[in-house]
Every structure is written in C-alpha cells, then in structure tokens.
Design a protein around this ligand. Structure first.
Ligand SMILES: [Zn+2]
Ligand SMILES: [Zn+2]
Length: 78
C-alpha cells in the first residue's frame, strides 16, 4: 500500500474542479464557466477508479454517450 497515492485525489470528484481535459481529444473543459458545463460529460464509474473520464460534447455523442472504457452510461455535468 502506498499512502502517497491518496494524496491530492478528490474522491468525490466534485471538489475543486477547475479545468479538466477531454480524455479522448484533449480539449480543455473549463468548469469555471457555467455556459460550458452543459457540454461536459463524465463517467462516474471511471472517475471512482481514478480515471479522468471527462468527455466533450462532440466525443460524448461519438461514443453514443457510453463510456468507451467501461461501457457505462455517460452523465452530463450540469
Ligand atoms: Zn473531446
Ligand atoms: Zn467508464
């Protein structure tokens, strides 16, 4: 067990969100600007596994709103 791994990880994923990148295309998803929130999707299952599974709207549509990693349904982050 490496305690150091836990440091700096937001378990809930909801605290301190500022900017993440789309895991597929690398587009910057800016959580600070409300007008863009509707364009952000995420996979809660991957996030709970510490995979930064955020998706821009275009890629979410491309994968039919299913996570390409675990095949869970993507959720919009409103
Ligand atoms: Zn993307
Ligand atoms: Zn997933």
């Amino acid at each position: 067990m490496t305690i150091g791994l836990l440091r700096g990880v937001n378990k809930s994923g909801h605290k301190g969100w500022t900017t993440e990148k789309c895991i597929l295309c690398g587009a910057t998803l800016d959580f600070l600007h409300g007008y863009e929130l509707k364009n952000i999707y995420y996979c809660s299952k991957c996030l709970s596994n510490n995979i930064k599974a955020y998706f821009c709207a275009a890629d979410a549509r491309k994968v039919h709103y299913k996570c390409p990693f675990c095949h869970s349904e993507l959720k919009p982050y409103y």
